[in-house]
Design a protein around this ligand. Sequence first.
Ligand code: XMP
Length: 511
Amino acid sequence: MDKIIVLDFGSQYSHLICRRIREANVYCELLPYNTPAKVIQELNPKGIIFSGGPASVYDKNAPKPDSSIFEMGKPILGICYGHQVMVSSFGGQVKRANSREYGRAELAIDDKSDLFSNLASQKIKCWMSHGDAAEKIPRGFSVLAHTDNSASAAIGNKEKRLYGIQFHPEVVHTENGTQILKNFAQRISGAKAEWDMKSFIDMTIADIRKQVGNEKVLAAVSGGIDSTTVAALMHRAIGDNLRCVFINHGLLRQDEEKDVVKLFKDHLGIELIYVDATERFLGKLKGVADPEAKRKIIGEEFAHVFTDVVTEKGPFHWLAQGTLYPDVIESGVSKGPAAVIKTHHNVGGLPKWLKLKVIEPLSSLYKDEVRKVAKLLDVPDELLKRHPFPGPGLAVRIIGEVTSEKIRMTKQASKIVEDELKAAGWYDKVWQAYAAVGDDRAVGVLGDERVYGHIAIIRVVESVDAMTADWSRLPAELLEKISNRITNEVDGVTWVTYAISSKPPATIEPQ
Ligand code: XMP
């Protein structure tokens, strides 16, 4: 399949370039800036994009691409820092600008052919974020567009198919940005628009068959979208050589275990090994109140239960995992020094001694692409729209020690929150919604009786990627209804509060 490669020079937007090219139906991969030309040659991309980055080309340690890339005769588009790399590599001059240009600017297009063809108008709003600028453009290049501050905001050498743009076409603030990237990918590089989820499914099924052959594959499923999609895809590829295991740790949402079993058996036609390990997990969690300790225990217990399944139902040769592209990029391309706030546990973190080969059929996809694949594989809408749920389940939602009473109250109260949000048309508008209980208690009157019950905390947040989140401004009437239902229907709860902390400084789950 035709592809474009983006070399990552460290911009926070590198990821987005890749996304936009894929939106233009061309397959695109992000690689580190210093990927050797030989490796790139083997991948045989139709075109190469240099991303932006925080450095200045004249810095001592400025990141530079392998210079042999320029001899490959491939079309190249440099963006921001990538543009300056192009300018300095081809004998032009970059200079530290007197004033940083940051934010919106108006781009006047001087040449409407190739890179800027099919745009809505001759002047577009574009997004700038740079300190350096091209002072002298290299020989053989001409100016394609300018802004008030940059005489050469876009340059090109059409004969050699080399282009540089000072602005960021990948951000939404740049009008027609996707069209510009599409022009580079399709018109200039000649990449065919072949990337869609239907072709992804066909290609991946063929790859899985080739890779796995007649060997047996085990997939751990949680009922979430990633693991369900992996299972559905693997099942299409290898049929009964796939076995799926679902471990119920007793910390699921109300009726979730029944729903997952039903989804697999009735809807997807996939047999499930169902393991009820509630007692094992709750036994290990007894007396443990510390959030990280709870996460660690659950991670370890998962590995133990899983090992038991492998021993009893095996042998298996492969483990199928729902790793997505952002996870791959995070560990391979731009390793950020982000502090560990919470140790996220997922079913994927399994012990090495299992000696299973790992297969990750979704590892080239973004989340919304997975959703499209899931839909094509007949995964029901209800699951696609279900809010995310943490691997350690209610253990990180319940504050303090996990007890069966707190689990019961959390499940019932959360079900009420979900149902009421659905009835009011709010469920699909928010990222996550639940109620949790901790150890705080407050006095209430039920009938004529004094009751010293628990406080249920309602948490409803809006978010795009869970990295930041804002509390939802739900209508007071809706909150009132939820509160009334919880105190009336959930035994042991006397008070209901609404969490109005955003992330940061709070997190989405309390533990
Ligand atoms: P926090 O609480 O860190 O959560 O703001 C961000 C998002 O991640 C989910 N979450 C988890 N998911 N394993 C998971 O698979 C975990 O250990 C875990 N902890 C939190 C949380 O529900 C939210 O969507």
